[in-house]
Write a protein that binds this ligand. Structure first.
Ligand code: GLP
Length: 244
């Protein structure tokens, strides 16, 4: 595991974007795993800047997102498809047919999950997976539980996640209760993982994830087993680790 400490969120976004850009420059046909939430917003802005400066080219890049709310259509402003289009895809030269996100409206949940896994395999697996960290240690929407889930599946969101994500909705009740997510196995199969974490409120869970016991109660703790994990976090998020 390599931990890169940044002064603040802006620097975190630049460093994270540099790592993704290196992957794109080294392999213009890369398969990227992408994430949503507040953590990657700045990083996506930096990627757009680099694209506009002619440093990176997305024409042959393929992407798979970690997760999507169940029951939201792709035009819903809180769907992760909408987030990805507005925060990244609409501003770069990626072919949207090469961007994959679970379909929240799929009528067959099992087929949706199987097809997602199949597509990832067909394209050779994920070269670099970007992830954020939930307040309860979730990655994607893999919530704390009694076991690690292997592949893409549909989950019931925990109270803490519903509450955390309600900041994007008018009210708590509007947050979808279920979501599709890559499994822990899907995430761990990525050839490299880039975890980005910002803010004091994540310091405790970041410490537990990187240095605590490996347990499905803290899903991100499994990342300790990954051979190629890069953590980019700001001073606030790392303060428990620095003080050890
Ligand atoms: C959300 C997403 C995750 C994201 C995490 C942290 O629920 N499903 O993929 O990484 O929670 O979000 P944020 O970066 O907004 O703190």
């Amino acid at each position: 595991m390599k931990i890169l400490k940044t002064k603040n969120y802006d620097e975190l976004s630049r460093v994270g974007a540099n790592i993704i850009s290196s992957q794109i420059i080294l392999n213009s046909h890369s398969v990227l795993g992408l994430a949503t939430g507040s953590s990657p917003e700045g990083l996506y802005k930096e990627l757009i800047k680099k694209y506009k400066e002619g440093i990176i080219d997305f024409s042959n890049i393929k992407t798979f997102n970690l997760d999507e709310y169940k029951s939201l259509n792709s035009e819903h402003v809180q769907s992760y498809r909408y987030f990805m289009n507005t925060h990244l895809f609409n501003h770069i030269n990626i072919d949207k047919n090469n961007t994959y996100i679970p379909n929240g409206l799929s009528i067959n949940e099992i087929d949706e999950c199987l097809n997602y896994e199949k597509k990832i395999s067909e394209l050779g697996g994920i070269d670099l997976q970007l992830i954020g960290l939930g307040l309860n240690g979730h990655i994607g929407f893999n919530e704390p539980s009694s076991s690690f889930t292997k592949s893409t599946h549909c989950v019931k969101l925990s109270e803490i996640t519903l509450k955390a994500n309600s900041r994007f909705f008018d009210k708590l009740d509007d947050v979808p209760k279920y979501a599709y997510t890559m499994g822990i196995g899907t995430i761990m199969s990525a050839k490299a993982i880039l975890l980005i974490v910002s803010g004091k409120e994540k310091a405790d869970i970041l410490y537990k994830s990187l240095f605590g016991p490996i347990t499905p109660n803290v899903p991100a703790s499994i990342l300790q087993f990954h051979k190629n994990l890069f953590v980019v976090a700001d001073e606030d998020a790392l303060h428990k680790i620095n003080n050890k």
